[in-house]
Design a protein around this ligand. Structure first.
Ligand code: F6R
Length: 364
């Protein structure tokens, strides 16, 4: 049942801290505090490239994984949505790491992409929530997100669990490739272990998020902005809003705004920005100043450090706990999903069963 929550989505949102913790327990050895992977039938030290593919939210998790694997493990990554990947016939390097991501393990396009990668001699590592799914049977190895059943059609906790797995995989890959020394690994593992408690603190911001929702619920169009690993977080926020509130939303890499979407900005198009105080903070801040100068209403998710610097231009700020830059996209996902949820509640839509959507898309 819903355990007293209004919808399964609300219940599942509240499971973020638990699910991140359970997934970490499976991936990190408590004695050594090192990431431990199951035996792999290939060597992470020598895979020439990674190719990531998935659909919808799982694809956005893959995009965050791309930023991490490239920046931290120095592994070149190709990524595309599965519906494109399966027909693109790209020139792949045999022996590459194929990273497939799916909650259900049954998504038709992702499964077809898996089969076509396999046929091209790519090693298949799938990040799956349903561990007895079709994709599980057809993969060389799976990493299970320990999210439990997800009932709400809109994915929430499975997404942060996918990010948690991808973060651990990045650490193991970086170590294998000689890009992360023991101290570096200790620092990143500590950042991950800190997450369940910090994630629980996000729910203290419920009132501020509901206030933000009352502004968004009046809009016809909403722009989501983020840079670096916050760009896929913005995409996740925009998708979730469209999906359950039926309000049109677009996500842009903040630096792309001036190449087109800035012409949309006026009082009627709220801008939701995910801007933790990472090294990209100042760059995003200047994009927000440009939007403000054109009459944009800024609704900002930041942290205790960023709040002081953005409060002068923002109409509303939701202040989140400060976490290590590495795990910021995981933490910042929670409030954008909560915002979409609260907007949908205000709009009175069928939150758990949005129109035209099915939980698992098993036809092309
Ligand atoms: C978004 C959502 C969908 C799924 C997508 C992939 O809230 O739920 O975009 O993420 O259909 O589904 P799986 O992960 O089962 O392959």
């Amino acid at each position: 049942g819903k355990d007293g929550y209004r919808h399964y989505m609300e219940k599942e949102l509240h499971e973020h801290p638990l699910v991140i913790g359970q997934t970490l327990q499976r991936m990190i050895d408590p004695a050594t505090r090192k990431v431990t992977l199951p035996d792999l039938p290939f060597d992470l030290a020598t895979v020439p490239r990674a190719v990531i593919t998935a659909c919808g939210s799982a694809f956005y998790a893959g995009m965050v994984g791309r930023y991490w694997l490239e920046e931290i493990a120095r592994l070149p990554v190709d990524i595309d949505v599965a519906s494109e990947m399966r027909y693109r016939n790209p020139p792949l390097t045999p022996g590459s790491l194929g990273l497939l991501i799916s909650q259900s393990g049954e998504t038709a396009d992702t499964l077809a992409a898996l089969r076509s990668l396999r046929a091209d001699a790519i090693h298949i590592l799938s990040v799956l929530n349903v561990e007895h799914s079709t994709m599980a049977r057809e993969s060389d190895v799976i990493l299970g997100t320990v999210a439990g059943p997800e009932i709400s059609v809109a994915s929430t906790k499975a997404f942060t669990a996918q990010l948690t797995i991808l973060a651990c995989l990045t650490i193991a890959t970086a170590r294998a490739r000689g890009k992360l020394d023991p101290l570096g690994e200790e620092e990143l593992v500590a950042a991950l272990m800190d997450l369940p408690s910090r994630a629980a603190e996000v729910f203290n911001q419920g009132a501020a998020i509901r206030q933000m929702a009352s502004i968004v619920a009046e809009a016809r169009d909403v722009l989501y902005l983020g840079r670096g690993s916050m760009f896929p977080v913005a995409m996740e926020g925009a998708l979730k809003l469209k999906e359950i509130s039926y309000i049109h939303a677009e996500a842009y890499a903040a630096g792309e705004m001036k190449h087109g979407p800035i012409s949309l900005i006026d009082r009627t198009v709220p801008i939701v920005a995910s801007v933790p105080s990472t090294p990209l903070f100042d760059k995003t801040l200047s994009n927000l100043q440009e939007a403000k100068a054109r009459g944009g209403r800024l609704l900002v998710f930041t942290d205790t450090e960023g709040a002081e610097r953005v409060s002068a231009i923002a109409e509303q700020v939701v202040v989140l706990p400060r976490v290590h830059d590495f795990v910021a996209p995981i933490l910042q996902t929670i409030p954008v999903q909560m915002l979409a949820y609260e907007v949908a509640v205000l709009k009175g839509t069928d939150v758990d069963q949005p129109r035209n959507l099915a939980k698992s898309v098993t036809v092309e």
